[in-house]
Design a protein around this ligand. Structure first.
Ligand SMILES: Cc1ncc(COP(=O)(O)O)c(C=O)c1O
Length: 357
């Protein structure tokens, strides 16, 4: 009961105008400044601490830059916060009260979703599949429990996906089914906005225009959103996705250029409905060669990138960011052009928001 009231109360914070005033703080998002027609069409909630800083990575080279999405929230940052600003607004706009999602046992998406659902008075269930054990896995399970998520361990990825699609609450009008990683059209909007944020930082000389931008790719909305956003915001950089998840589940493609491009097409269709069309549909660039032996399995290149970044005070994880950072380091060493690494992993310590374990 308390939850439903909370959701109802918070739905009054669902904004469809570019200017928002929360507790005396005015917030906006650069995508709405550039395309005001979107503000009336896309529900959005100010849940993340944006803009995130963009900085040189001094220990790597004068051409190496980093976008600090690890700082996107005071308690738990990372790339999911940007997506959830749009997703959870969509949840409330549709009158849903319970989010059901899935991910690996160390899912960063599960933590961010559980944290913000708790903040908004929504229920959250996370279906989990096994991944190799690591500190991140242990910490994230503790975080999801702390943020009140109901956890269901489903075994293999295939079992978990089956459970997600055949879930008994599929037809319930109170439940919102959220694809792994928050990669639906609403989530992709968060990374379109991220590209506009970078555009503003370039325009105000906070960083140079990079020739290439590197991001890890799991469920795809980060790469899809940045690719569309860069085209809309006039950022000419190559947006390069580093695949860190299996390309196929059986014969079903799960992380391929085609799957990312499908999300791009769906997102562009939603933008067209909001009266914003791109002259040509951008397409995703995805590199496979840093994946190694599997999802969550450390690679040699990833481990050496982790050591290098640690010297610069940046913590990487072995599943996502180590592999993308390895590609970035190779590119930065091979050319003097400016390269940007988009850091997607939370850097807030585990005890932030968690009193004791
Ligand atoms: C730390 C981190 N980086 C990158 C990604 C990949 O982002 P996406 O799922 O949007 O491809 C994820 C999520 O799955 C993540 O948790």
């Amino acid at each position: 009961m308390r939850r439903r009231d909370g959701a109802k109360q918070l739905s009054s914070f669902l904004y469809n105008s570019p200017e928002r005033d929360i507790n005396g703080v005015t917030t906006t998002r650069p995508m709405f400044d550039s395309y005001p027609q979107l503000s009336g069409a896309l529900p959005w909630l100010p849940l993340a601490d944006l803009p995130t800083p963009v900085e040189p990575v001094s220990g790597i080279g004068s051409n190496a830059w980093i976008k600090r999405d690890d700082l996107s929230h005071a308690v738990y940052g990372g790339n999911k916060l940007r997506k959830l600003e749009f997703i959870l607004a969509d949840v409330l706009a549709r009158g849903k009260t319970h989010v059901i999602t899935f991910g690996a046992t160390g899912t960063n998406h599960g933590v961010a979703t559980a944290m913000l659902c708790q903040q908004l008075g929504l229920r959250c269930t996370v279906l989990l599949f096994e991944q190799p054990p690591s500190t991140t896995v242990r910490d994230n399970l503790a975080r999801m429990r702390h943020f009140g998520a109901a956890l269901q361990f489903c075994g293999s990825l295939a079992n978990t996906v089956r459970h997600y699609y055949l879930h008994p609450k599929r037809l319930s009008h109170r439940h919102y089914f959220l694809f792994a990683g928050g990669s639906n059209v609403a989530g992709t909007m968060g990374f379109i906005n991220a590209a506009f944020e970078l555009r503003q930082q370039i325009d105000t000389s906070q960083c140079p225009l990079p020739s290439q931008i590197f991001v890890p790719v799991g469920s795809s909305a980060t790469l899809a959103g940045l690719t569309v956003g860069a085209a809309l915001a006039g950022i000419e950089s190559d947006i390069i996705g580093i695949r860190v998840a299996p390309s196929h589940l059986g014969i079903i493609p799960t992380c391929t250029p085609a799957t990312v491009n499908q999300l791009i097409r769906q997102t562009c269709a939603a933008l067209t409905k909001a009266d914003l069309s791109l002259p040509t549909m951008p397409t995703a660039k995805l590199i496979d060669s840093y994946y190694g032996d599997g999802y969550g399995v450390a690679t040699k290149a990833g481990s050496s990138a982790t050591e290098k970044f640690a010297e610069c005070g940046i913590t990487l994880d072995q599943t996502y960011t180590a592999k993308a950072a390895a590609a970035f380091l190779d590119a930065a060493r091979q050319s003097t052009e400016v390269k940007l690494y988009w850091h997607t992993f939370n850097s807030r310590p585990v005890n932030r928001g968690i009193p004791s374990r």
